[in-house]
Design a protein around this ligand. Structure first.
Ligand code: SIN
Length: 310
């Protein structure tokens, strides 16, 4: 069977499938469950400085087969409460990456230092939630802000920092280059694509918040394009996110240049058993395609004769 271990900068993963932030990460037990089910690592919910209740319901609209629109509003118990959940997951042996969100570089730096003290192996910075006032894309759309935030967290935490980037921009490469200049060890691309659903009978948006973020199969081509463009211009590793439902989806991301992938909507639809399935299917697929190691497939699509960055 092909070797599925993944090296993502300083991170050594047993396989490339990470539990994405925001799905199944409410408690230490749920994080540990995803790890036991076969995830190569788990990313926590995005944690902020203080507890947040999040938006009113409805917060999720599902589209059969192709995706999900959500606006949860970054609900979380806050950085003082959440570390005990991380401890439970770590005791279960999980490789835990701590996701944080803040309103500016100072807040990110404080949260980074605090999250680093919990024993997580890396930090993921949520610079990309598409609908939270004062957070996410509102602080992650200008390369200067991205560079400053990443630099401050690298300094305050002394841990590998992964910048989770937005697709809701004309230039994802500029954001990735900014993260690299700030000292990020990797970028993850992409977070959800801003979207809207209208209930025509009620004549109002379906989600209580109005705007939401689209995830799932529908956004895979958007995620792949971002990973493809970033891989061509940025030296730090890329983690692919968006619409990974099958091993072939993951392999597309890897061939576009990703060294690991995050799985979210597939977990929401199928539960954590998806990790066992993906690991098994990816091993079989690599064998069938003649790859002895996952690493050998990273970026290979860029050297195909007809490939062009456009
Ligand atoms: C949410 O909590 O509403 C989603 C978070 C995100 O998109 O990053």
């Amino acid at each position: 069977m092909a070797d599925l271990s993944a090296r993502c900068g300083p991170l050594a993963l047993r396989n490339p499938f990470l539990l994405a932030s925001g799905i199944w990460g409410e408690s230490g037990e749920s994080l540990a469950g995803a790890w036991a089910a076969g995830a190569g690592g788990v990313v926590t919910k995005s944690i902020g400085s203080a507890p947040r209740f999040g938006y009113a319901n409805p917060t999720i609209e599902t589209y059969e087969r192709w995706g999900m629109l959500n606006a949860m509003g970054l609900p979380n118990p806050g950085i003082d409460e959440y570390p005990k959940e991380i401890e439970i997951a770590r005791r279960a042996g999980a490789t835990v990456i701590g996701s944080i969100f803040g309103g500016d570089a100072d807040e990110f730096a404080r949260l980074g230092a605090r999250m680093a003290s919990t024993g997580v192996v890396a930090l993921e910075l949520n610079l990309s939630c598409p609908h939270a006032e004062g957070f996410g894309t509102e602080v992650g759309s200008d390369p200067k802000d991205v560079e400053a935030i990443v630099r401050r967290v690298v300094e305050s935490s002394r841990l590998p920092v992964i910048a989770k980037l937005t697709p809701n921009t004309s230039d994802p490469v500029a954001l990735a280059l900014a993260a690299e200049r700030g000292g990020a060890s990797a970028v993850s691309a992409i977070n959800t694509v801003r979207g809207l659903a209208i209930d025509v009978r009620l004549r109002r948006p379906v989600l209580a918040h109005g705007l939401g973020g689209l995830s799932g199969a529908a956004i895979k081509p958007v995620g792949l394009a971002c990973v493809w463009q970033i891989y061509e211009k940025v030296s730090i590793p890329v983690i692919g996110v968006g619409g990974i439902m099958t091993a072939d989806d993951a392999l597309e991301y890897v061939m576009a240049g990703a060294r690991a992938v995050e799985v979210g909507t597939a977990v929401a639809f199928e539960g954590i058993a998806v990790f066992g399935r993906l690991v098994r299917e990816l091993g079989e697929r690599l064998d069938a395609l003649g790859f002895s190691e996952l690493e050998d497939a990273v970026g290979v699509a860029h050297s195909a004769p007809s490939a062009s960055s456009g």
